[in-house]
Design a binder for this molecule. Structure first.
Ligand SMILES: C[S@@+](CC[C@H](N)C(=O)[O-])C[C@H]1O[C@@H](n2cnc3c(N)ncnc32)[C@H](O)[C@@H]1O
Length: 310
């Protein structure tokens, strides 16, 4: 075993003794949240889906609820944020909310390039999506009394009201059947252990014609030098590397996600694959991944857009 694997195993062991620190990175930045939400909406619009969701669910919001707050600031009335860990703090949510309001009021273009160069999915056009968020709509959604009401909600414990934060161990069973217009996640589905149950729950909660939009990062998340190096570890090594962490990487390849989405009954509206470069050689794959298809072996990320049939 290499030094780096031992380092990961030691980290895994440490996590079994001391609770690992909370915090994930991305959503601390309002611009990141703004960029992610608008990218999902632009692609939904390109595929003929309704871009005025009233009830939205976000899986794995991370350090702030900013992605879902973008949904609220652009017209949603109810937002459920479900996370395995309660990362987001009240002050961060309020700071990000205020910054999102400024970005929307100035109709800022969708952040891309520079520090956002790696944010996925990519778009052809990063200008402000006036077609989805026209002046009439934004005048209503950004009305001062509406903003005050949402900001006040963020001051609360978020256990009831228009913004509900179901974490830690957020579960969809609190959500009624056929009650949600849109489910969104960014860099989350690759971490979910109960993948089949989660896609089934998404199906159950969504209204007919509602949709889910997931950007899934299939890379190794720093567990190896190569993007697909997580597929070279045996199950035992992987278990040791995970240790007591509440969430890790499920190591499922692209076809596993697409297969479950279709098997659950969704109609797949878009699948945008991101290829990986400079990965491990096939001979290095652990036995359980040896039969992985060439397409899976080359796919480092996937954007999945799927609707529940009407
Ligand atoms: C890489 S972070 C992404 C955070 C945020 N979406 C972003 O774009 O920065 C992964 C998130 O997924 C959450 N997560 C992991 N397993 C989960 C599960 N089974 N259900 C809901 N969230 C989960 C983690 O707690 C974390 O907030």
């Amino acid at each position: 075993m290499t030094t780096s694997v031992w380092r990961h195993i030691l980290r895994g062991i440490k996590s079994s003794i001391i609770a690992p620190p909370v915090g994930t990175g991305g959503t601390v930045s309002a611009e990141y949240c703004y960029s992610v939400y608008l990218r999902h909406m632009v692609i939904a619009d390109q595929h003929g889906l309704a871009t005025s969701p009233k009830t939205i669910v976000e899986l794995g919001p991370g350090d702030s609820l900013g992605i879902g707050l973008m949904g609220m600031l652009t017209g949603a009335e109810q937002y459920y944020a479900l996370d395995a860990v309660r990362h987001a703090k009240r002050e961060e949510n309020i700071r990000v909310f205020d910054e999102l309001v400024k970005l929307l009021k100035s109709r800022s273009p969708i952040p891309s390039g520079g520090e956002f160069a790696e944010v996925l999915p990519t778009l052809d056009d990063y200008s402000f999506p006036n077609k989805i968020l026209n002046e009439f709509k934004l005048a209503q959604t950004l009305a001062p009394e509406r903003l005050s009401r949402l900001r006040l909600a963020l001051e609360s414990e978020l256990t009831e009201g228009p913004i509900r934060y179901l974490a830690p161990m957020g579960r969809t069973n609190e959500l009624r059947d056929n009650s949600v217009d849109m489910i969104i996640s960014q860099a989350v589905m690759e971490h979910v252990d109960q993948l089949q149950d989660t896609y089934s729950e998404c199906f159950r909660c969504l209204k007919h014609s509602g949709f889910m939009s997931h950007q899934i990062d299939l890379r190794c998340h720093d567990t190896a030098p190569e993007w697909n190096g997580h597929w070279k570890y045996s199950d035992l090594t992987w278990r040791l590397m995970r240790g007591g962490r509440p969430w890790f990487i499920n190591r499922q390849p692209c076809s596993a996600h697409l297969g479950l989405v279709k098997q659950t009954g969704f109609s797949l509206r878009a699948e945008i694959k991101q290829p990986g470069n400079f990965g491990i050689a096939r001979e290095q794959l652990a036995s359980r991944f040896r039969l992985i298809s060439e397409s899976d072996f080359q796919t480092a990320g996937i954007f999945v857009l799927a609707s529940k049939p009407a």
